[in-house]
Design a protein around this ligand. Sequence first.
Ligand code: UDP
Length: 385
Amino acid sequence: MMSNERVLFVDHTGQIGGAELILLDVVTSRQNASAFLFETGPLSAALAARGLKLIISQHGSGLSRFRRDSSVLSALPLAGRLAAIVVEIARAAWEHDFVYANSQKAFVLAALANVLVRRPLIWHLHDIISSAHFGAAQRRMQVLLANMCAMRVIVPSEAAAAAFVDAGGRRGLVEVVPNGIDLKSERTLRSELRQRFGLPAGPLVGVFSRLAPWKGQHVLLEALARLPDVGCIIVGDALFGEQDYAARLRTMTAELGLVDRVHFLGHRNDVPSLMQAVDVMVHPSIDPEPFGRTLVEAMLSGVPVIATDAGAAPDILERGRAGTLIPSGDPRALAAAIASVLTTPEQVATQIDYAAQRARAEYSLGRMLDTIGAVITKVRLGAVA
Ligand code: UDP
C-alpha cells in the first residue's frame, strides 16, 4: 500500500455525508497526505484530527449548496470563483505526487487544475451519473474530463459503473470497489437501547439518511399512515441545502396525523447504536443508490433491512436473500413489507444471520482499503489502461 506518497485529497464540502465517511477511512492509513476542501466544517475538523495538512479554499465557501443539476447559465456568475479554485488546487497539487478527488465538483475542478499542473488523478465517484442528479451538460463535461484526465475512476457498485459508462465514460478506467464498513458498536439489547434513547416500546422502524427528496423519507411517512401501530425514527438532517424538503416532511407528518408516532432525531453521530434500537431499517430511496452504507450498517447490526429494488441495493441484499426489496416510491408495498417483517420473526432471524455474514465477508473496511491501495499502486506503476 502506497502510504508514503504525498496524496492531495480534494472534496468540495465541509459536511460529512456518506462519501466523506469513506474519505475519512481512506485517509487514515496515509502519511504525508493533505486535504484541499472548498470550505470548513465538520469534515475539516475530522481530517485535521487524522493528521492531514488542511488547505481551505479562499473562494469555495457555500459552493456545496449549489445544486449539481443547475444549468450551465446559472453557474456563469460563479465562473470567476471556480477559476480561482482551479488555480488553488493546481498550486496545492504542485506539492503532491497524486490528486484524489472525492466528489463530482472536486473532480471537475481538479481535472481542470490538471491542465496547469499534471499529477496522476484518481476520481472516487460516489454518485450515479444520471439525469436524476446531474444536468446533461454536466454529465457530458464529467465524462469528457474523466476520459481525458483521470487515471482511474473508483465507483462503489456495478450500478454506478454502468451509469458512468452509459454517460460515455471509458469502461477501462473504472474500478469497482464496494464501500467497506467497520462497525465498532457492541450488540446491545433492543429494549435497553429504547430506554437509553427515550424511545417507545412496540414496533419501531427507522430511516438513517440525510434528508433529501431522492432519499424518499416521504414514502415512509405515507406507508406509516397505513400502519397505525408502528412508530418511526427519522435520523438525519438536510446536509446539502434541502431545508425545504425537511420542512415538507414535518408538514406531512402533521397532515397524516403521525406526530405522536414519528420522531425526528436530526443528524446523529451514534447511528450504529440507534439502528439497533429499531425492529426494521428502511431505505426508501426513489432514485437508484450508488451504494447505501446504511444497508451494510444494518446488516452488520443484525437489523432487518427493507430497501428499494434499484441501484446497488439488489446486489448488496443479494436479490432479496439478505433483506427485503420493494418497488420504488410505492408506500403500499413498503407498508406491506414492514408488516411482513414485523410478523414473521423466524423467517427474519434466518435472513439477518445470513445478512451479517454477507456484510462481514463482502463489505469489510480492510478489503476496501486494500483494494483502493492496489488501485493507487497500479496508477503509480503506470499499469493503467
Ligand atoms: N449518518 C450519520 N448520521 C445521521 C444520518 C446518517 O452518521 O444522522 C451516516 C449513516 O450511518 C451512513 C452515512 O451517513 O454511514 C450515509 O451514507 P449512505 O451511503 O447511506 O448515503 P449518502 O449520504 O452517501 O448518500
